[in-house]
Design a protein around this ligand. Structure first.
Ligand code: 13P
Length: 258
């Protein structure tokens, strides 16, 4: 089965509604945006923008009807309630949001998210028709202790524990030591981790699940290191932080040839 190559921007806590709109208008002016044209000419990969929640309204208005997807970077796992400052998956879905990130290492490390919360978020998103992108990745200490495989297998297994079997999701492998550090995983290191994750997906849901689920690599992806990463058999796309903040570098990544 041929999996799509997915290039996702994670803007993190950058860009407000005005800057987001200006960026997307410029991006769209360079992009082929009619869905049929994109798939026919394959000029761009499947592209999506994971934006600050407060930008979701304008971003959804700007991108609906184009071939480009969007999503939030996090959500709560309940539909509503006394959860001051949180964003409801149902409200995110109201904006026809197709995707949302779950379990980013910054959420895990800075905001104390654990696998149990992450599993509930995956399920909550699927329940409202949003495709989750589940992030996994080891710290430098875990890699140096030879624990990479165990750590990412467990994060994947636990994160998917409550999933709806019939609904799709994506996985992003982001080694923590490569995020925002300029230190990219070597293509071999990344491919090896992706192989481990694909094998675990097979274990969890069989061959069809393993073959159809895109596994993206994230961690200091830039236009000058993207080609050799994309050349790896198990890398199905990128989750991009820093290099997604400028239109020209992200456009170059959006056009990566697989
Ligand atoms: P950088 O591309 O800035 O390393 O960030 C990666 C990331 O965390 C994307 O989610």
């Amino acid at each position: 089965m041929k999996r799509p190559f997915v290039v996702a921007a994670n803007w993190k806590m950058y860009k407000g509604p005005s800057e987001a709109t200006a960026y997307l208008q410029e991006f769209l002016s360079h992009a082929t945006t009619v869905p049929q044209t994109v798939s026919q000419t394959n000029k761009m990969n499947k592209v999506l923008f994971l934006v600050p929640a407060i930008d979701l309204w304008v971003v959804s208005q700007t991108l609906q009807g184009t071939a480009i997807g969007w999503g939030a970077q996090n959500c709560h796992f309940e539909k509503q309630g006394a959860f001051t400052g949180e964003n409801s998956p149902a409200v995110i879905a109201e904006l026809r949001t197709p995707y949302t990130l779950v379990g980013h290492s910054e959420r895990r490390a800075i905001f104390g998210e654990n696998d149990e919360m992450i599993a509930k978020k995956v399920r909550a998103l699927q329940d409202v028709g949003i495709e989750p992108m589940l992030c996994v990745g080891e710290t430098l200490a875990q890699r140096e202790a030879g624990q990479t495989g165990d750590v990412i297998r467990e994060q994947l297994r636990e994160g998917l524990k409550l999933r709806v079997e019939s609904k799709p999701f994506m996985v992003a492998y982001e080694p923590v030591w490569a995020i925002g550090t300029g230190k990219v995983a070597s293509p071999q290191q990344a491919n090896e981790a992706h192989q481990i994750l694909r094998a675990e997906l097979r274990h969890i849901g069989g061959d069809a699940l393993a073959q159809s689920t895109p596994i993206l690599y994230g961690g200091s992806v830039k236009p000058d290191n993207s080609a050799e990463l994309a050349a790896q058999s198990e890398i199905d796309g990128f989750l991009v932080g820093g290099a997604s903040l400028q239109v020209d570098s992200f456009l170059a990544l959006a056009r990566t040839k697989k």
